[in-house]
Ligand binder design. Structure first.
Ligand SMILES: Cc1ncc(COP(=O)(O)O)c(C=O)c1O
Length: 463
C-alpha cells in the first residue's frame, strides 16, 4: 500500500489489515471475501467496529481481560504520567509503581509475599515451571522435577505451556513437547460418567485422589509441582466439585509438591473474590496472573510466591548459581504496575467484587431459566461473572453438540450486537460450552440484554 492514510480512512485500514495482519486463532481464507473485523472504540461494556456497529461485550475483550471496562481515563492518565516520568528500566532494578503495586497485591493475598513481573500469562507460568525445576536441581539432585497438570486446563501458548496443556486439540500439531510434564484427570462432575470408577458420591475427593494415584505411579520423589486453574476457563468453565481442593492441598503437603495456581483468568476479581483460589481456602506456593491485572490497559503478568519459595533462591548467597537466573525484558515496563494500581483502585472504589458476586448470581439464575426452556443446555456453571453453559444433544447421554452449532449461537448473538464466547478448537469433540465473562461493571440491564440475545439465538438455532 502506498501513500499516507490516517486512522479515519477506515477502508484503507481494512485493506492494510487484510494485506498484512495475521489474526490470532484465525483461518484467513474467509477474509478473501469478507472483511476482517476491526474493533475501533470501546466505552464501558460496549465496543464499536469499523462499520460503526455497537456491540455489548459479554467476554471482556474476547478473552476475560477488560475487567473494569473500556475507556477508563484514570488508568490512561496514570499510565501517561508514569511513561513521561520513567517508561522502562530492566527488572534487576526496582521502580516506584512496581513497589506500590506489589505491596497492594500482597495485601490481597495473605500468605504470599513476592511478586515477579513479566508480560504474559504463558510467561508467568513458564517462570513457575522454571522455579520448580531449579528447586529440584538445588535440593533433590534434579530428581523432583516433574510438573503435573490437569486434563482440560490451559496454561499458555509456548511449547512448555502446551506441554502442560490439557487440551489435546489446542496442542495438536505443535509437538513434540517438553519432557517432565504429566497429566492428571479433570474434575468436571458433569462428565464423570466418562471417567472409569467415578463414584456417585464424594466425587470431588475421588477426583483429587486421582492426582495422588498419578503421583504414586510416577514416584513422589520425582514430582515437584502441580499446576491447576482454580476454575478451569477455556476447558469448559469447570467449577471444582465439593471436597476437591481440600484434598488437593493435603496431597501436595503429603508429597512435598509445590502448588502453582494459575489465576490468569480468575485473578483480580473475575470470580467475585480477588483471586479464584480464595473461594476454596487454598494456600498456594505460587500464583500466576495476567489478563485482569491491568484489564488490558497495559501488558503485565505476575508470578507471586510465598516467602518460603523465595528463600530457596537466596539461602546460599556464596553460590554464584543460587538465585533465579531469569529475566523478562518487558517485565520492566512501568506501564503495567501503574495500570495495575489504578485498576485495583477502581475495583475497590466501585465495589466491583460485590457487584461481580451479585451480577454473577443473577446471570447464573437467568441462564438456568434459559435451560428450563432449551433442553440443549445440559449444565450451567461458573463463579462470579465467569459462567458457562454446556450444550448437549441429549440430556441423558450428554452427547456434546457439534462445535459448528455452538458457533452458530455465537454468530447469531454477534449479528444481534452481543459478543459471547465458546470453547473453541480445544477439546476433541467437546467444544460445546458457551462462555460468558462480562466486565465486572455489568448491570442488570446488561445481563438481561445478553440473556435476551442468547435466547433469540437459541430459538433460531434450535427452534
Ligand atoms: C488459564 C490461562 N492460563 C494462561 C493463559 C495464557 O496467557 P497469555 O495468553 O497471556 O500468555 C491463558 C490464556 O488464555 C489462560 O486462560
Amino acid at each position: 500500500m502506498d501513500g499516507t492514510f490516517n486512522e479515519n480512512d477506515i477502508s484503507r485500514i481494512v485493506e492494510a489489515d487484510r494485506a498484512h495482519i495475521w489474526h490470532h486463532l484465525s483461518q484467513h481464507k474467509p477474509y478473501e471475501t469478507t472483511d476482517p473485523r476491526i474493533i475501533v472504540e470501546g466505552k464501558g461494556m460496549r465496543v464499536w467496529d469499523q462499520k460503526g456497529k455497537e456491540h455489548l461485550d459479554a467476554v471482556s475483550g474476547g478473552v476475560w481481560t477488560v475487567n473494569v471496562g473500556y475507556g477508563r481515563e484514570s488508568i490512561a492518565n496514570a499510565v501517561r504520567d508514569q511513561l513521561i516520568k520513567l517508561n522502562y528500566f530492566a527488572g534487576s532494578a526496582g521502580s516506584i509503581p512496581g513497589s506500590i503495586f506489589a505491596e497492594k497485591l500482597i495485601e490481597k493475598m495473605p500468605g504470599m509475599s513476592r511478586v515477579y513481573y513479566c508480560n504474559s500469562g504463558s510467561e508467568a507460568n513458564e517462570k513457575g515451571f522454571k522455579m520448580v525445576r531449579q528447586i529440584a536441581h538445588k535440593r533433590y539432585g534434579g530428581k523432583k522435577h516433574k510438573i503435573l497438570y490437569r486434563d482440560r486446563d490451559y496454561h499458555g501458548t509456548t511449547i512448555a505451556c502446551l506441554s502442560a496443556g490439557g487440551q489435546d486439540e489446542r496442542n495438536a500439531q505443535y509437538g513434540p513437547f517438553t519432557d517432565g510434564f504429566v497429566r492428571v484427570p479433570h474434575c468436571l462432575e458433569y462428565r464423570k460418567f466418562e471417567q472409569e470408577g467415578a463414584p456417585d458420591e464424594n466425587y470431588g475427593v475421588w477426583a483429587a485422589d486421582q492426582i495422588e494415584k498419578v503421583i504414586l505411579a510416577e514416584g513422589p520423589d520425582t514430582v515437584g509441582g502441580l499446576c491447576l486453574e482454580p476454575v478451569t476457563a477455556g476447558g469448559g468453565v469447570i467449577t471444582p466439585p465439593d471436597g476437591y481442593w481440600e484434598r488437593v492441598q493435603e496431597i501436595c503437603r503429603k508429597y512435598d509438591i509445590l502448588l502453582h495456581i494459575d489465576e490468569v483468568v480468575c485473578g483480580v476479581g473475575r470470580t467475585g473474590e480477588w483471586f479464584g483460589y480464595q473461594h476454596y481456602g487454598i494456600k498456594p506456593d505460587m500464583v500466576t496472573m495476567a489478563k485482569g491485572v491491568a484489564s488490558g490497559y497495559a501488558a503485565i503478568a505476575c508470578l507471586v510466591t510465598t516467602e518460603e519459595v523465595f528463600n530457596m533462591f537466596k539461602d546460599d548467597a556464596a553460590d554464584p548459581m543460587n538465585y533465579f537466573r531469569d529475566i523478562s525484558t518487558f517485565g520492566g515496563c512501568t506501564a503495567g504496575p501503574t495500570a495495575g494500581i489504578e485498576n485495583m483502585a477502581i475495583i475497590e472504589r466501585e465495589n466491583l467484587l460485590q457487584n461481580t458476586t451479585n451480577m454473577g448470581n443473577y446471570m447464573l439464575e437467568q441462564l438456568e431459566e434459559l435451560s428450563d426452556k432449551y433442553s440443549v443446555i445440559g449444565q450451567v456453571r461458573g463463579k462470579g461473572l465467569f459462567l458457562g453453559a454446556e450444550l448437549v444433544e441429549d440430556r441423558n447421554t450428554r452427547a456434546p453438540v457439534a462445535e459448528k452449532i455452538v458457533q452458530a449461537v455465537v454468530a447469531d448473538c454477534m449479528a444481534q450486537g452481543v459478543i459471547i464466547g465458546a470453547t473453541n478448537r480445544s477439546l476433541p469433540g467437546k467444544n460445546n460450552t458457551l462462555c460468558f465473562s462480562p466486565a465486572l461493571i455489568a448491570k442488570k440491564d446488561d445481563i438481561d440484554e445478553i440473556i435476551t440475545a442468547v435466547d433469540n439465538a437459541m430459538g433460531r438455532v434450535f427452534g
